[in-house]
Design a protein around this ligand. Structure first.
Ligand code: ZN
Length: 106
């Protein structure tokens, strides 16, 4: 079965995600990979939009294959990146408000 794991806040703003086949990788392996990303990339464990806590969620993919799942995730990611850019431009994200506070104090 194909699953989507995403690291998301309570308002469902996703920080990052991956898809996996549970015949190949276990949920624990995927969780461990996700945890390693925070350290490797230097991500905060708080949402950049609302500052809520970020945690892993696993959901069954609506698609039968990994390839179809990843293709849908790429489309969704692009839409989310565009939405995020608009929210940042409007100063409506935690990260952008923080950046502007730092800029004003310098
Ligand atoms: Zn959020």
């Amino acid at each position: 079965m194909i699953w989507v794991a995403q690291w998301t806040c309570p308002q469902n703003h996703a920080a990052f995600a991956t898809a996996y086949d549970d015949a190949v990788r276990t949920r624990a392996e995927v969780d461990a990979w996700g945890e390693s990303i925070f350290a490797e990339v230097g991500l905060r464990r708080r949402c950049g939009i609302c500052d809520g806590p970020v945690a892993a969620e696993h959901e069954r993919s609506p698609f039968p294959t990994l390839e179809e799942t990843v293709a849908a995730m790429v489309v969704s990611q692009q839409a989310q990146m565009e939405s995020r850019a608009i929210l940042d431009a409007l100063g409506q994200t935690h990260d952008e408000r923080r950046r502007r506070r730092i800029e004003r104090s310098n």
